[in-house]
Write a protein that binds this ligand. Structure first.
Ligand SMILES: [Zn+2]
Length: 138
């Protein structure tokens, strides 16, 4: 976001971004029947972002984890996910790991610095990535 003298960092959620799950052209008409939109932390190759997610709450709606998978996000947990990774992030890391032997620690360290180069340790979502990666390797 720009001011007259310099760019200012703004989070997607502060810009009003809301991502609708399952309904591609509008929000679910039942979305206010729960807690309304929820904040989800997304890890992407561009960094870590908080977004507002509008879950589908129709009678035949899938679980939140299944809704995330259908929209291209891999949930960090199956039950009540609050963190997810874009499929592209997982694919990108898989290629880096295979071709350049990039470790998950180096990859998450880079993502942390892309998100916050002043205090990269404040980005905790990367810890979830490491846990998922360790489980995948077992
Ligand atoms: Zn719905």
């Amino acid at each position: 976001m720009g001011s007259k003298t310099h760019f200012q960092k703004k989070h997607l959620i502060d810009l009003g971004l809301q991502v609708s799950m399952r309904h591609s052209t509008s929000f679910c008409s039942h979305y206010l029947e729960g807690r309304g939109p929820q904040i989800l932390t997304i890890m992407d190759i561009t960094g870590v972002h908080d977004i507002s997610v509008v879950w589908c709450r129709c009678a035949d709606a899938e679980s939140h984890a299944e809704q995330l998978l259908a929209c291209g996000f891999f949930p960090a947990t199956v039950s009540k996910p609050r963190t997810a990774f874009t499929f592209w992030t997982l694919k990108f890391f898989q290629m880096l790991n295979h071709v350049a032997r990039t470790t998950p620690w180096d990859f998450t360290g880079t993502i942390r610095r892309l998100s916050d180069n002043i205090d990269p340790t404040a980005i905790s979502v990367c810890d979830s990535f490491l846990i998922i990666w360790k489980r995948k390797r077992i």
